[in-house]
Each structure stands twice: as C-alpha cells, then as structure tokens.
Write a protein that binds this ligand. Structure first.
Ligand code: HEC
Length: 434
C-alpha cells in the first residue's frame, strides 16, 4: 500500500513541477539577496537567469547552505527566519530532478522594480562615510568617524538602516551614539576619519555609566537585514549627541573607496518603550590553546532589573564554531533561547525573536562559545597560535549582542547594577576594552 503511494508521488506524469511552482518560493526566500545590486553573485528573478543554477540550487538547499540561516530549530521562532519549509525544499528538488522545466509560466518571478535604495522608506536624515580608501591588501586597524548630529532635544529613533557601498571590503561598521560629556574618543576631531590606539579607544572617566559613554545604535556585518526595532519601541539619542562610526575594512585584493551610508528614522512622538543594545554578555579573558578543537569559552551576566529580550546576535571570528545562549530565570527554570551549532562568520545574523521574552530581575544570561583552532578548520589562519580577544579576524571574540526593551523613561544603567554573586562570575559592566 505504502509502496504504491510512493510510486504515485514519484510519477512525473502526475503533475510535473515547473517554474510556476518554483518562482514564488524563490521570490519569498531568495530574491531579497539574489537580484541585481544585492549581496548574492547571481540573480534568480527570471527563469532564464535561474535555469543555469538549477543543480547548484538543489545542492545548496539540500546541504542547507542556502538560504543562509544558522539557528537550530528550538523552542523559539524568529521573525527573520530565512529557512525553507520541508515542502519548499521538496518542490525545489522535484523541479531540478524533472530537468528544471519552465512549463507554460511567464519567465519572470519578481517585479522588475529592482532593489529599493532604502528598505525602510524615506529617511529623516542620511549620514555618509566620506570616501574611505581601502588598499588592495594588508590588515587595517579599526577606524573611526565622529559626526555631530546637532539635535537640540532628546530624539527617539524608531529605526536605522545601513546602505553598504563596497560590500566586498566592509568587515563591519558599528554606529554608536555618544552623549555629550562622554569619555569615548574624547578630544578626537569630528567629521574626519582617524585611527586611535586601543588604549585611546578604551579611555574612560572613573565611574562613568555605561550608557553615558556610548550606546550602540546599529551594527552592519554580512547577513545584516534592515528591520525596525519594535512597534512602539525606539532608541534614545540624547540632545547634543554625536554619531560615531567604528569601521573595520578587510582589503579584498583590489583598491576600493567606500561611501557607505546610514539612514536615521525619527519617531514622531515619544514611544512607550526604549530599546537598548548591550555587548556585556561576553568573555574577554579566554586563551584558546594552539591546535585546540573544542575549546569552550563561557560568559554570563545577571539582569538587575526586568527587561524584554528582543534579539540575540552571536559574534565570533574565523575560529568560531558554535554558540549557545541560555536563560536561567530566578526561579531556576532554564531554557536555550538560541543555538547556532554551525557558526559561519560570513553570516553575522541578528536573530530576532518572534515573541520577545520577558526576563524578570535576577535573570541570568549565559553564552557558551566553541572554537576550532585546529588544522581541520579551513579558515584558521594559524593553528599554532594561542588566541585571545582582539579586533582582527586573526584574533577572536566571544560576544552575544542583546537587544533589550525597557520602559521609555526607565534607566538602562540599572540593567548592570551589581547583584549578589551568581554561580559564575558576572561580566563586569566597565570592561577594559571599549
Ligand atoms: C540573505 C541573503 C541570501 C538569501 C536569502 C539567499 N542567498 Fe543564496 N547566496 C547568497 C550569497 C551572498 C551567495 C554567495 C556567497 C556564498 O556562496 O555564500 C549565495 C550563493 C548561492 C548559491 C551558489 C553557491 C552556493 O553556496 O551553493 C546558490 C545555488 C544559492 N545561493 C541559492 C539560494 C537559494 C535557492 C536561496 C533561496 C531558497 C538563496 N540562495 C537565498 C545570499 C543569499
């Protein structure tokens, strides 16, 4: 009985899978990147463009290397989940196996309108990197650019968007808000690019509050997708703040001049909630031994006030292998919020929870990062090295960036106030690096 049913499903006479069934899947799941002017090297917006890649598509979806999505299925779903359903994968495979026929469907899949300049609409303000010159080769230190925003009053930002100009050389750009009086890069010139020493970068006033020094607005890394933070939630830009770009370029074999842009979208009125990004779930002290595969670094922090968790973004470099982020509630309940079993440094995805999680005061957040410093890691630049925290891709990092929501007039500093000691050492709020 079951045998006959299988045979029936497999018979191509029944209903051959054609471009008509395939085009909507590509449009839904692939075309955001696979169109002219976007990150992927080939477009899938028409049958003619897609047909030569049919076999590669079958392989990529079977291997699950495409669409790029690295979270293991778990208790939580993500708003930006790019993965295919089993039915979609089966349809793509059936189409390729049938010889990738067009059938009688029209050639085109997506509207030919092309990528919009700003995905989130017309910005209120656009800030530009004024032509950063990237040489053909070498290692570049982090560069910085301070841009005064000249905002006379506290302003709420409901969204921000990066438009990256030279994708092949931009490793990352982080945009920070620097409130007036901050120690962060104090004394450096504005509106021009400079490269401070690590010591100059980490200088701070004694007892300076974390959010008085700088606040992360948005980071761009490959895999970045523009998204508003939350309905009725916005980030605060205190009056008189500057915008600071922290920029890291990786030379790509040919000289390039980058003119990336950053768009700001202001909220018309004060929101009910404030969105804050923190980078304190991290381990600054690990040393990965030479040739070690399976080295694990642990980080933990405890919330000293309630907050809602919006998103998690694991960050490691080329030796990063896996990351897990776990929540331990004050009542002892524990759950994994994000598991990335096969980390890929080319895709620094921010995993945005479909349903934000309420975290009571006293909740402990833990992250576990696994590294592969062996020769089996084909991205490993030097298996003989002892590897510590550092800016360069040849060094490592272990951070789980978190976006949290508090009430609009709440004090985000209270997230970090010291609490009774937790079983594992809490990462200090005023960390030495930045
Ligand atoms: C978020 C962006 C993004 C999405 C979504 C995406 N791709 Fe890709 N794709 C890329 C990029 C970038 C490359 C080239 C670099 C690489 O291979 O990782 C690529 C490469 C490919 C390749 C050729 C090389 C390889 O890895 O096999 C195939 C085939 C492919 N994609 C198929 C798909 C299909 C099919 C979908 C949808 C079901 C899809 N991609 C969705 C960004 C994306």
């Amino acid at each position: 009985m079951r045998f006959w049913r299988l045979l029936l499903l497999a018979t191509p006479l029944l209903a051959e899978t054609t471009w008509k069934e395939v085009a909507p899947i590509l449009e839904r799941r692939c075309v955001q990147c696979h169109q002219k002017g976007e990150v992927a090297p080939m477009a899938f917006t028409s049958y003619a463009e897609t047909r030569p890649f049919a076999k590669a598509i079958r392989q990529a979806v079977a291997r699950q290397s495409m669409p790029p999505w690295h979270a293991a299925p778990g208790a939580h779903s993500f708003r930006n989940d790019r993965s295919l359903t089993a039915a979609e994968t089966a349809t793509l495979a059936a189409w390729v196996d049938a010889g990738a026929p067009r059938g009688s469907a029209p050639d085109s899949s997506a509207p030919a309108s092309g990528p919009r300049r700003w995905k989130l609409g017309q910005p209120d303000r656009i800030v530009q990197v004024p032509g950063f010159v990237v040489p053909a080769s070498g290692q570049l230190p982090y560069s910085f650019l301070i841009i005064p925003l000249n905002l006379k009053q506290d302003t709420w930002l409901r969204a921000a968007e990066f438009r990256i100009d030279q994708r092949q050389v931009v490793h990352h750009i982080n945009a920070f808000v620097r409130p007036p009086g901050s120690s962060y890069l104090a004394g450096f010139p504005v509106n021009e690019v400079f490269t401070p020493t690590p010591a100059q970068r980490s200088k701070r006033h004694a007892h300076e509050r974390v959010f008085d020094r700088r606040q992360l607005v948005l980071g761009y890394e490959p895999g970045y997708e523009p998204m508003p933070w939350l309905e009725d939630g916005a980030k605060l830009i205190p009056a008189g703040s500057d915008l600071v770009f922290e920029m890291h370029y990786n030379p790509g074999g040919a000289p390039a001049v980058d003119r990336s842009e950053f768009a700001l979208y202001f909220a018309p009125a004060a929101p009910r909630h404030r969105v804050v990004a923190i980078d304190t779930l991290r381990d600054l002290d690990f040393v990965i031994p030479p040739h070690a595969n399976g080295f694990v670094s642990q980080a933990a922090m405890t919330l000293a006030r309630p907050a809602r968790l919006l998103s998690v973004q694991p960050h490691m470099h080329v030796r990063g292998k896996q990351m897990n982020v776990r929540i331990v509630y004050p009542d002892g309940r524990a759950e994994t919020v994000l598991a990335v079993p096969k980390y890929d440094f080319n895709w620094q995805t921010t995993y945005v929870l479909a349903k934000p999680l309420d975290l009571p005061k006293g909740t402990r957040l833990e992250s576990t990062a696994g590294f592969d410093n062996s020769v089996n890691n084909r991205f490993n630049p030097d298996p003989a090295a002892s590897v510590r925290w550092g800016d360069q891709t040849t060094e490592e990092m272990h951070i789980a960036f978190l976006e949290l929501v508090i009430e609009a007039n709440g004090d985000p500093e209270k997230l970090f106030s010291s609490l009774p000691a937790s079983p594992r050492p809490t990462v200090p709020a005023a960390a030495p690096q930045d």
